[in-house]
Design a protein around this ligand. Structure first.
Ligand SMILES: Cc1cc2nc3c(=O)[nH]c(=O)nc-3n(C[C@H](O)[C@H](O)[C@H](O)COP(=O)(O)OP(=O)(O)OC[C@H]3O[C@@H](n4cnc5c(N)ncnc54)[C@H](O)[C@@H]3O)c2cc1C
Length: 461
């Protein structure tokens, strides 16, 4: 065991994606002393590999899932108000072709319902005839085009929102977060758990105790819990999605485009960050899922879809700036585990032992509602009063480098500040998640004009 003295926390959270970071914030604001542990950087897995949309999910209307859509739209509009530096609203176009399964009137009805469920907080939808649609999306295939529905959703820096939730929670005294630390053993105590933790940089092993142990480990949950002797039967249906960042001039469009492919998949084309984000595929996962990468055949699939819908644009491998992948942590519908069964079928909270909670499923957009449900359960068990409105306050610590809009010129002083105040441990943490750069990091010798050699000494741990 290492030199660190054993500390006691009310709650230890394992997994620092959006759900872990959001939960730490909610618990900390409500007075629960909480430690968050992640085996990599915070928000370095699924929560930085999403399609980066804050959305109600127009597709779920087809499943008559109005409750989920309404909740997600409320959350989308909340974050658009609370964190305008991390997200913005933009128009989405849904083109309809002669072969599309929906008639224009059906689409228009769906779009009306979408605005209605947002309490008309969404900017209003519209229907564009083929000619007007092509003016907005000049690269789109015109053959058989009937027109396009227009509606509004949010674009978010997914990694940054999770990080800023974490920073906000850590402002409250007595809370802590450790990246690049792995939980290697859990021992059940009479009133909680002892958790053995390994520092993945130094190899040091130390222990802390807690009253409640919570897993927000997303797609990693099914493999992790049995290793830690937590009673658990697999609950996930993993599905992999990849994205491409394309050069900005590849496709000419004024807004985002939602394509429903002939094999009935949905591919988004979303201009942002001086680039165009394209995704996603849905494939079975056959590989290691930590730091998962896009495979050649998945990239080819997306390029083929693009070539089909934008036949006059020149889209090929050279159009790609970088790629990324993630695994959807979808929860199985039917469950034999101790499902608390309190919410929609899209996320689930389990209590495998009296002092353990597990939360999986759901979507990024609704993380605050999901973590609220869990915090509401835990906080009173700690003898504290839960106040649901605290998470409606603005986040208090913003990242030094904004993602959208005009970026300030990066200086070495700013890099120093980012490293010391934003829990940066590696160059990848800095480039990918604090500076929100999309370029591949391979072979980079400067970062936004600063030589890598000047930054490396600042990262010495
Ligand atoms: C392709 C794709 C597109 C999506 N698009 C959208 C979208 O546009 N909008 C939307 O609302 N939702 C979207 N989602 C869903 C959304 O991304 C997820 O619901 C959300 O990010 C899940 O967050 P999480 O915190 O549960 O998991 P994660 O972000 O994966 O966090 C789990 C954390 O656990 C850590 N961990 C794993 N093992 C250990 C261990 N042994 N010890 C310590 N830590 C560990 C990992 O490092 C990781 O940081 C998308 C998902 C995918 C896959």
């Amino acid at each position: 065991m290492g030199k660190q003295t054993m500390k006691h926390y009310d709650v230890i959270i394992v997994g620092g994606g959006i759900n872990g970071c959001g939960l730490l914030r909610d618990l900390a604001l409500n007075g629960a002393k909480t430690l968050l542990i992640d085996k990599g950087d915070f928000s370095s897995q699924t929560s930085q590999g999403s399609s980066k949309m804050l959305h109600g999910g127009i597709r779920y209307l087809e499943n008559l899932d109005f409750g989920l859509v309404k909740e997600a739209l409320e959350e989308k509009n909340l974050w658009l108000r609370l964190t305008p530096h991390l997200c913005f609203e933009r128009e989405f176009y849904l083109p309809l072709y002669r072969y599309s399964k929906h008639a224009p009137w059906m689409l228009q009805f769906g779009l009306y319902l979408y605005d209605f469920l947002s309490h008309f907080q969404n900017k209003p939808h519209a229907w564009l005839g083929a000619e007007d649609a092509l003016k907005k999306m000049p690269s789109l295939d015109s053959k058989g085009l009937k027109g396009a529905g227009k509606y509004f959703d949010g674009i978010v820096d997914d990694a940054k929102l999770a990080l800023e939730c974490l920073y906000d929670g850590l402002i409250e005294e007595g809370n802590e977060a450790l990246s690049y630390h792995e939980v290697i053993k859990t021992t059940q105590l009479q009133n909680g758990y002892q958790v053995d933790i390994k520092d993945l940089f130094t190899g040091e092993i130390f222990s802390n105790t807690c009253e409640f142990l919570v897993f927000t480990t997303g797609p990693f949950t099914d493999t992790l819990l049995p290793k830690l002797n937590i009673p658990w039967t697999p609950q996930l249906v993993p599905s992999k999605g990849i994205h491409l960042w394309l050069k900005p001039d590849t496709i000419k469009t004024e807004g985002s485009i939602v394509l429903t492919t002939k094999d009935n998949r949905v591919v988004f084309v979303i201009p942002q960050r001086d680039s165009i984000l394209v995704g996603t595929t849905e494939t079975q996962v056959c590989e290691e899922i930590f730091n998962i990468q896009a495979q050649e055949k998945e990239i080819t699939y997306l390029l083929n879809v693009l070539q089909q819908y934008f036949p006059h644009a020149s889209i090929n491998r050279d159009s790609i700036i970088s790629t990324f992948a993630a695994v959807r942590p979808l929860a199985k519908e039917e469950s034999s585990n101790q499902n608390l069964g309190k919410v929609s079928r899209h996320h689930k909270i389990y209590r495998p032992t009296s002092h353990t909670y597990v939360m999986i499923g759901g979507k990024y957009t609704t993380f605050r509602r999901m973590t609220q449900e869990l915090a509401q359960e835990i906080v009173p068990r700690l003898g504290l009063r839960y106040k649901p409105n605290l998470t409606l306050n603005p986040l208090r610590q913003h990242s030094v480098m904004p993602t959208f809009g005009k970026k300030p010129e990066l200086s070495l002083e700013m890099v120093k500040k980012i490293i010391t105040t934003e829990r940066v441990k590696t160059m990848e943490d800095l480039i990918r998640r604090r500076l929100s750069m999309i370029e591949s990091t391979e072979g980079l010798d400067t970062i936004m004009g600063i030589p890598l050699e000047d930054i490396k000494p600042l990262l010495k741990r």
